[in-house]
Write a new protein. Structure first.
Length: 443
């Protein structure tokens, strides 16, 4: 920092010389010369006893100074203040590196995907290495090899049969399936020992199987709605687009669009990709496929909003232009578009355990523990009084079946199904009914 003659001068620790940040300035030299002239002029009161006045540098050497590293005086990436006119300032190597790093971070911040609505046209062109007359055919072909086609990747689907089978073996269904198998075992033992078998045991086993099939069918149907959503999302994609290549306008398949392409849009056309509006003439878009609001939104070249999703200079893939015309640049295609992210979230196969699944698992473990303890007690008592082995097994199986809440699964399934239908009427599609319980726990 430059000194103005009135501020203290920093010195290097353990040294009598000024630090690297100390600069000799004219105001300091003038003050020093003035003090030396005053030193040679004796005071009127002490004319008989001359006294030498210590110089400014001598006083600085003797004064207690708090050493502060000047390089740490600025935050990383912050430039020091300008020096006064007529003085010189030189940055150290460390400071220059910090300034360079700040410029790199600023350039990287420009490239963030959340700021497309705030960037200038020149910044967007620079980012994509594009221009107002569009890519050449060769440049577009190279870009297409890098980013891939402009289409949503269809995730692998499970067949309805596989989904149905997994639902039959999950949660309470697995517990009911075990109880039905044990009921069949009791019936088989009683019949093999030529005993009077209980028809109610066989009826219980059959009823449990029917309950499993019905509840699993409900769950499979609800989960299959996600496949229908994916199909509808694919239908929302535009087929053809007018693109500017080498200064000329061509009609090409929308799948061939790449980020940085310049496209011309008009009334009745679907938005082929996520676009940043460069020119607009009474251009309006309907975002109902994404927001559910059947309202025309006027677009322009200014964002008029801080968020990318609500910016008025952004057109999102899958929506429809309802009036006007304009020119736009593509900034996202395929899975990177708003529509692609919605499709990914809708059809994502990997989901964490829901609250309902955790609670069901806890109940199953608790009731299974009770059944095991009671079965061991009953088995010991049965053998203690001399019952035959198959009689003891029948008692144990009866204890296990008694601890199975047969009516709980259909009650939960019916309640969740009705809730899912009510939410669908309000524009919310439930792809996993267990998530409804998690939503109900939100405060």
């Amino acid at each position: 920092m430059a000194s103005n003659g009135n501020e203290p001068i920093e010195l290097a620790s353990g040294s009598n010389e000024p630090s690297a940040t100390y600069h000799s300035h004219e105001p300091v030299r003038r003050n020093t010369s003035r003090l030396r002239r005053m030193q040679d002029r004796p005071s009127e009161e002490t004319a008989t006893e001359p006294r030498r006045t210590p110089s400014l540098l001598q006083r600085l050497k003797a004064a207690p100074i708090d050493i502060v590293a000047s390089r740490a005086a600025y935050e990383e990436g912050e430039l020091p203040p300008r020096s006064p006119t007529g003085t010189m300032r030189q940055h150290s190597g460390l400071t220059r590196r910090k300034i360079s790093a700040a410029k790199v971070r600023e350039a990287e911040a420009v490239e963030t995907t959340d700021n497309w609505h705030k960037l200038t046209n020149e910044q967007i062109f620079t980012h994509f290495k594009s221009r107002d007359n569009g890519f050449t055919d060769e440049e577009a072909a190279e870009q297409l090899k890098v980013v891939g086609p402009n289409k949503i990747t269809e995730p692998p689907r499970q067949s309805l049969l596989v989904k149905f089978f997994l639902n039959c073996l999950g949660g309470f269904s697995l517990m009911l399936l075990g109880a039905s198998i044990l009921a069949f075992v009791i019936f088989a033992i009683e019949k093999s020992q030529q005993q009077l078998f209980d028809v109610q045991t066989l009826a219980l086993a059959i009823v449990l199987i029917i309950v499993i099939l019905i509840t699993s069918g409900f769950q499979t149907y609800q989960e299959g709605q996600a496949d229908n959503v994916m199909a509808s999302l694919m239908e929302m994609a535009a087929e053809d687009t007018f693109v500017v290549r080498g200064g000329k306008t061509f009609k090409i398949p929308s799948n061939d669009l790449v980020p940085g392409d310049i496209v011309k849009v008009g009334v009745g056309e679907k938005v082929p990709a996520d676009l940043r509006i460069l020119e607009a003439s009474e251009l309006k878009v309907n975002n109902a496929p994404l927001t559910g609001e059947n309202v025309d939104i006027k677009l322009g070249t200014e964002p008029r909003n801080d968020t990318l999703f609500e910016a008025k200079n952004i057109a999102r893939s899958g929506c429809t232009f309802t009036s006007g015309s304009g020119v736009a640049i593509v900034f996202a295609t395929g899975d990177n578009t708003f529509l692609g992210k919605i499709a990914e979230a809708t059809t994502s196969a990997e989901t964490p355990d829901t609250l309902l699944k955790r609670e069901v698992r806890r109940i199953i473990v608790f009731m299974s523990g009770i059944a095991v303890v009671l079965s061991a007690i009953v088995l010991g008592l049965s053998f203690g009084r001399g019952d035959k082995w198959y009689i003891a097994i029948v008692y144990v199986i009866g204890i296990v079946i008694a601890n199975v809440p047969e009516g709980l699964l259909p009650q939960i399934t019916v309640a969740l199904t009705l809730t899912a239908q009510r939410m669908l009427e309000r524009g919310v599609l439930v792809t996993n009914m267990e998530i409804i319980e998690t939503l109900g726990a939100v405060t």
